[in-house]
Design a binder for this molecule. Sequence first.
Ligand code: FES
Length: 211
Amino acid sequence: MPLPYSEIVMEHFRNPRNVGRIEDPDAKAVEGSPSCGDMVAVYLMVDEESQRITDIKFESYGCASNIATGSIITELAKGKTIGEAKTITWKDAADALGGLPPIKTHCSVLAVDGLRAAVENYEERHGLVKEREATTVEVIKKRLKHVMNPVVGLDVVRTNLVKGIEVSDGTVRVELDLREDHQFAASMSEEIREKLEPRWDVQHVEVVFVG
Ligand code: FES
């Protein structure tokens, strides 16, 4: 039986707005869904003075709901301040899409999480984070749950790719059970760095391949 997608969902799926990537963005985030292995990336350009989002793009490797939600949240967020964009919920997105089948809730949550993570990335890069939680092994682990293991499409923590985490004096060392010459080694190292380096108390991130 086909899923009961609304007309609006189908329209955004067929003609998604703001698809693509921004080179050298002011902020970006990649979120993956453990339940289906799909990913969404969100890129932002922000006017520093007004803190308004002047440009926003997304790339989706997900299903129709995910693409439609990515499309609608970029529409909802464009022109808003980062503070306003952060308050956009999956319900706002689902409402704007005329509803989503309940089985597809996680797909819209994934896109909204992508937007929120991109805003947080902007806040971190610009020293705007108010609650300054110290970086611990647990904090790092939580972040790494948002880095996908591209070999199996689940996150690197859940798939035991992370063999060790050390945090000391502003240096974070992450050991990955992967060979240094693995085809995904460079991109994973970069993604991990991107996730961890913006933290306020992290000066240096070392990704070590121990596979
Ligand atoms: Fe994976 Fe929808 S099923 S994003």
